[in-house]
Design a protein around this ligand. Structure first.
Ligand code: XMP
Length: 514
């Protein structure tokens, strides 16, 4: 079977390299930079890719790979910092200082190279480096340069060692996919016969091996990630998995019943907790967004904790694992946070739980992107009502019901939200949108209905396109559809007499309003 070893030197793009190989139906594993050559050999790789990273090879304490790795009898591609490591290890020279290049830059081929078959002589690439290879190692030739003359690509005479100063894995690099294909198929001779079905088989056997006879507890939210994680682990260990569903009363219309029915169809053992009164009671009078989030986070942990303790007590197996539906963008968001970075929103999740509950963390989806998680969900038979559901925040409607949260206002929001969703589905637009929802504003305006004056709240529609929620652009919905949604909401939903549309992208706004 094809197997590409990706050695992670700390680049924010490492998982993107893994993703590109998956897209080409090639299996890959990501290993940390301090992996031994022996361990790499054990993987019987078809090729090795060394990722970029923030260090400088000329600085003391910089990440360095075991020397023997460069001597392995497999093709090796170094990207950015990986190229510099390769150059330094094989006797080349890396220069620091002048010549930083960030952003897209044109490069020109200056020779023939195995990675550049059917790539034009000039194209734009994404560069993000301070250092660069000043002298390629002996036996190498420079294949491409930037307009400043910096080495952009080098190749060994035997076409087994390659370095790229730019990032072929990102979409901003023109022909990046072609260049990777040339390495993977042309040089490493991969066959490309691996797919997400194989990913499931591997994940299942890995989960079985790790968990053994222990028990696993999972907090289900009704969202895609936790549901797919549970379906996967259920396939691996069946009844050793127990799930907890906390209904905080901040869900959409009929959502709790619908997701519980789907879970039952999947054969999951779900313990549901109706904590809506408790949550609404504690949220009474609270309008500050961060306070809302903190209260909900705390109560959620408490409700989950109590239920899990009950499950553990009644269980014959040792419930030692906590399953979470963490996906790769979550990992980047938390890992990428620098010290002292501003907290935009305190995301509500059960991150604090494993420590308190002395449980080991199981995160089988942590290398995947959302669309891959959806695909895996489909392969596992998770119904479309869950797999294609738009992302929904942990604090639920609390962060979409601005101002005071009351049962009445939540019901108003739920009714409007259901209309918006139904009309998007009827228009065949729902699945193509990243996220859509309504926001109830604590602002009253004057209206006229029949012959009478109304004085009711404003409702905002929000729909965005995104790939990972880090950035988003507002969706240009058809005007006739907006007109229909607005009319239906004003006619059918009590408490709303005006509908507006949010036309702000992220940044500067966030997707949710609070
Ligand atoms: P923002 O509003 O920060 O949201 O642009 C980015 C994505 O995250 C979702 N979101 C949350 N998800 N707990 C979650 O699990 C939260 O507290 C939370 N807040 C926002 C949001 O819906 C969007 O998809």
């Amino acid at each position: 079977m094809d197997n590409i070893v990706i050695i992670d030197c700390g680049s924010q793009f490492t998982q993107l390299i893994a993703r590109r190989t998956r897209e080409m139906k090639i299996h890959s594993v990501v290993l940390p930079w301090d992996v031994t050559a022996e361990r790499v050999r054990e993987q019987t790789p078809s090729g090795v890719i060394i990722s970029g990273g923030p260090d400088s090879v000329n600085e003391e304490g910089a990440i360095a790979l075991e020397r023997e790795i460069f001597e392995l009898d497999v093709p090796i591609l170094g990207i950015c910092y990986g190229m510099q490591l390769l150059a330094a290890a094989l006797g080349g020279r890396v220069a620091s200082g002048d010549g930083h290049e960030y952003g897209t830059t044109p490069v020109k081929l200056s020779g023939e190279g195995a990675l550049f078959a059917s790539v034009p002589r000039e194209f734009e690439v994404l560069m993000s480096h301070g250092d660069h290879v000043e002298d390629a190692p002996s036996g190498f030739h420079v294949v491409a340069r930037t307009q400043n003359g910096v080495t952009a690509a080098m190749e060994s005479g035997d076409a087994r060692r390659f370095g790229l100063q730019f990032h072929p894995e990102v979409k901003h690099t023109q022909h990046g996919e072609n260049i990777l294909r040339n390495f993977l198929f042309g040089v490493c001779k991969c066959k490309g016969d691996w797919d997400l079905g194989d990913w499931i088989e591997r994940a299942v056997s890995d989960i079985r091996e790790r968990v053994g006879t222990d028990g696993v507890i999972c907090g289900l939210s009704g969202g895609v990630d936790s549901s797919v994680a549970a379906a996967l682990v259920h396939r691996a260990i069946g009844k050793q998995l127990e799930c907890v569903f906390v209904d905080h009363g901040l869900l959409r219309l009929n959502e709790a019943q619908e997701v519980l029915a789907s879970y039952a169809g999947l054969g999951l053992s779900v313990h549901s907790v109706d904590a809506s009164e408790l949550f609404l009671g504690k949220l009474k009078g609270v309008t500050d967004p961060e306070k809302k989030r903190k209260i909900i986070g705390k109560l959620f942990i408490k409700a989950f904790d109590e239920k899990s303790a009950e499950i553990k007590k009644g269980s014959k197996t040792r419930a030692a694992w906590l399953l979470q539906g963490t996906i790769y963008p979550d990992v980047i968001e938390s890992g990428g946070k620098k010290k002292g970075a501003a907290v935009i929103k305190s995301h509500h999740n059960v991150g604090g739980l494993p420590k308190r509950m002395k449980m080991k963390l199981l995160e089988p989806l942590r290398d995947l992107f959302k669309d891959e998680v959806r695909e895996i969900g489909r392969l596992l038979g998770v119904p479309s009502a869950i797999v294609d559901r738009h992302p929904f925040p942990g604090p639920g409607l609390a962060v979409r019901c601005l101002g005071h949260i009351t049962k009445e206002r939540l019901d108003t929001l739920r009714a409007a939200d259901a209309i918006f969703r139904d009309e998007l589905i009827a228009a065949g637009l729902y699945e193509g949108i990243w996220q859509s929802f309504c926001v109830l504003l604590p602002v009253k305006t004057v209206g006229v209905m029949g012959d009478g004056r109304t004085y009711s709240e404003v409702l905002a529609l929000r729909a965005v396109d995104s790939t990972d929620a880090m950035t988003a652009s507002w969706t240009r919905l058809p005007l006739d559809l907006l007109d229909l949604v607005s009319k239906r909401i004003c006619n059918e939903v009590r408490g709303v007499n005006r509908v507006v549309m949010d036309i702000t992208s992220k940044p500067p706004a966030t997707i949710e309003w609070e």
